[in-house]
Design a protein around this ligand. Structure first.
Ligand code: WT7
Length: 651
């Protein structure tokens, strides 16, 4: 691993004459140590500074990892939409809250001020209330990346409803599971969406999804394209006809700090996706503190996070962090490849973005398509801070990103975190921490990291250690539970290493104490920064009538980081060519296109132990072309493994 250090460029300081919120690396060290030594004092001070409580809290924190009952800022009352909208609208109504950059650049962008945002959010909140949504109810949102999706999140928060956003690339079946689990009365969607020049049929997917859901009484549809869509009178309402009936201001519902703000489904290593539940005050504080210190957000900034609102990155860094800190967030509807591979540069230059936060998978694609001369015409001088998220960023991609977007004059922060952590947990602080290309760097303020030896379960102290990554002390934005399954929450995160939160990732601490993330140690695959469990795809494949047994394996991939490979044995002999395509289509339809296997291998049987457990280790090694299989003495029949190996090498 390279130890090369990139210091904050001197030109960065010229771009940012008032300097970062922290005055240098030593100040981070001091504040970090204080935050670990006296976490309650640190977090209480941050909460009072960055959030607006309408009633102050009396107790900073209670609970423990062992009991899984952590709670923060007790006695406090606040409202997330007030913190993200009203207080800025009062102070500076004409400040731009959202810049919308549509899929097709010909359509022209749109700006929404904080005063306008307050009106949009209030009207929609009034409409939701009129449709029977009450405090604590869960509203499902299935929308493309448009400002109305932001209004929807904040309108839920305003009346104390819990939002559950489902990524608009999920299939009707996956959406149905989530609507039913949440028992949503109201689903918010659009007639259609646009992405990369293609139409996405959001309303018809919602219609398919709710066919058997008796709980849904309202589908509120924003008219985005004007396309023809299926309609059920009584249940379906047009946003433009309804929302205008409600007042331009309704007062925000006072919420307890621990009241849930949202639910977001994510894949675990086993079973169905889990509904991760986040609290109001703790979550919002995590967004605010990391937005302020990791990304050095100031109110004049224009923050461009390309993360879709359907994932946690979109929640925390497209919506909550920029708005809670009162800057401008850029909502980009499109993709990096449409109408050309120059699109991200166009958006950054046109919106004069100060920040650009994206995923290595997009960068790998762009690196293979773009030559420096093609992008030299873009004025990127406003850009100060780059960020990467979702998977490890290889040093050469880091350097390319720094050069091609930042002309080596910006900072670049690799941010490690998870749906469950709510906000960054390992990241360099922009303008403060010396950077190492490819390295997530150092723990964020208030995050007490540990590297654990997976064999002994003991914490490995000091530098030059490798093990699994854990967190030792509670932090405010940690998920509070998995909906309807607190046991699963305890078993996944807290019962593996007692007294620690277990991340599921491997990590290495180098000689400077910098942390390098090495990827998942469980059965979770990371494809283009999307997290998907092997067992979820396996269960879906087993539902196909032709499939007898299957194992899903993640293999390294140059473009997507990891790629999904399916090894399948069939019940009867079918034409393996036809069946491969059919199985891929089956996953696209039942889960989502991003979960579809890149390759399917048909075998007569899968290698198993004598007790019948599939030996994935052998499959993985065979798929990546390794000839050394290690100890295979427990594998039932070696002949099966040879059969498998022969098939693979012949493909
Ligand atoms: C998993 C969490 C949190 C934002 C997007 C994904 C991987 C995330 C990094 C990074 C190496 C990373 C981990 C983690 N991951 N960021 N900077 N370096 N790995 O959220 O879907 O909850 O996935 O993504 O494996 O556990 P998520």
């Amino acid at each position: 691993m390279t130890s090369e250090i990139v210091h904050v460029p001197s030109k960065w300081r010229a771009k940012h004459p008032h300097g970062a919120h922290l005055n240098g690396f030593l100040e981070y060290r001091t504040l970090y140590e204080e935050s670990i030594r006296s976490p309650d004092t640190f977090w209480a001070k941050q909460a009072r500074e960055l959030l607006s409580f309408t009633q102050d809290f009396h107790t900073t924190r209670i609970g423990s990892f062992q009991n899984g009952d952590n709670a923060w800022f007790l006695g406090g009352q606040l409202n997330a939409s007030f913190c993200c909208v009203d207080r800025h609208a009062i102070q500076d109504p004409d400040r731009v809250a959202i810049i919308y950059e549509p899929d097709d650049p010909q359509d022209g962008s749109q700006s929404i001020t904080y005063a306008e945002l307050l009106r949009h959010v209030s009207r929609l909140a009034g409409c939701l209330r009129a449709r029977g949504v009450r405090k604590g109810d869960i509203v499902t949102i299935y929308m493309p990346m448009i400002p109305e999706a932001v209004f929807a999140l904040l309108a839920c928060a305003r009346i104390g409803a819990v939002h559950s956003v489902v990524f608009a690339g999920f299939s009707a079946g996956a959406l149905q599971d989530r609507i039913v689990d949440a028992k949503s009365k109201v689903v918010i969607t659009t007639d259609e969406g646009r992405r990369g020049g293609k139409v996405i049929h959001t309303k018809s997917v919602v219609d398919d999804a709710v066919k058997d859901c008796s709980c849904v009484s309202t589908i509120l549809t924003f008219r985005q394209t004007g396309g023809d869509v299926p309609w059920t009178v009584g249940r379906d309402l047009w946003w433009d006809e309804e929302v205008k009936k409600y007042p331009a201001y309704i007062s925000p519902e006072p919420m307890q700090s621990e009241d849930p703000l949202f639910l977001l489904y994510t894949s675990g290593s086993t079973g169905k996706p889990k509904g991760v539940l986040h609290s109001t005050a703790g979550y919002l504080l995590g967004a605010a503190v990391t937005g302020k210190y990791v990304f050095d957000i100031h109110q004049k900034d224009r923050f461009f996070c390309s993360g879709d609102i359907g994932w946690i990155t979109g929640h925390t860094y497209t919506v909550y962090a920029p708005l809670v800190l009162g800057c401008t967030t850029i909502i980009f509807e499109g993709t990096p490849a449409y109408p050309s591979f120059k699109r991200y540069w166009e958006v950054v230059a046109k919106c004069a973005a100060t920040h650009f936060y994206t995923a290595p998978t997009a960068l790998r694609l762009l690196k293979s398509k773009i030559k420096k001369e093609e992008i030299e015409c873009f004025d990127m001088r406003q850009l100060r801070i780059l960020g990467s998220v979702g998977e490890p960023i290889a040093p050469e991609i880091w350097k390319w990103f720094h050069n091609f977007f930042g002309s080596n004059q910006t900072t670049l922060t690799d941010t490690y975190w998870q749906t469950e952590t709510g906000s960054h947990v390992v990241a360099s602080l922009a303008g403060v921490t010396p950077m190492k290309p490819g390295c997530a760097s150092l723990p964020c303020l208030g995050i007490d990291l540990a590297i654990i030896d997976p064999v002994s379960g003991e914490e490995l102290t000091g530098n030059l250690v490798v093990g699994v990554l854990a967190i030792k002390q509670p932090w405010p934005s940690m998920a509070r539970t998995i909906k309807d399954n607190h046991d699963r929450y305890m078993d996944t995160y807290f019962n593996i290493y007692k007294g620690y939160y277990f991340t599921g990732d491997g990590a290495y601490r180098d000689h400077d104490g910098y942390v390098w993330i090495r990827g998942r140690v469980d059965d979770v695959i990371n494809v283009s920064g999307h997290r998907i469990s092997t067992s979820e795809i396996e269960s879906a494949l087993l539902e196909h009538p032709a499939v007898a047994e299957t194992a899903i394996i993640g293999v390294p991939d140059n473009l997507t980081g990891e790629a999904i490979n399916a090894v399948v044995s069939l019940k009867e002999r079918e034409n393996p060519i036809d069946i491969k395509d059919e199985l891929i289509l089956h996953i696209r339809r039942t889960i989502a296109p991003f979960a579809a296997p890149k390759a399917v291998f048909i075998v007569t049987d899968l290698p198993k132990t004598r007790s019948g457990k599939i030996v994935r280790r052998i499959l993985r090694k065979a798929l990546i072309g390794e000839r050394e299989f290690g100890d295979i003495s427990t594998v039932r029949e070696l002949s099966i493994y040879w059969d498998f190996f022969r098939i693979l090498t012949s493909i």
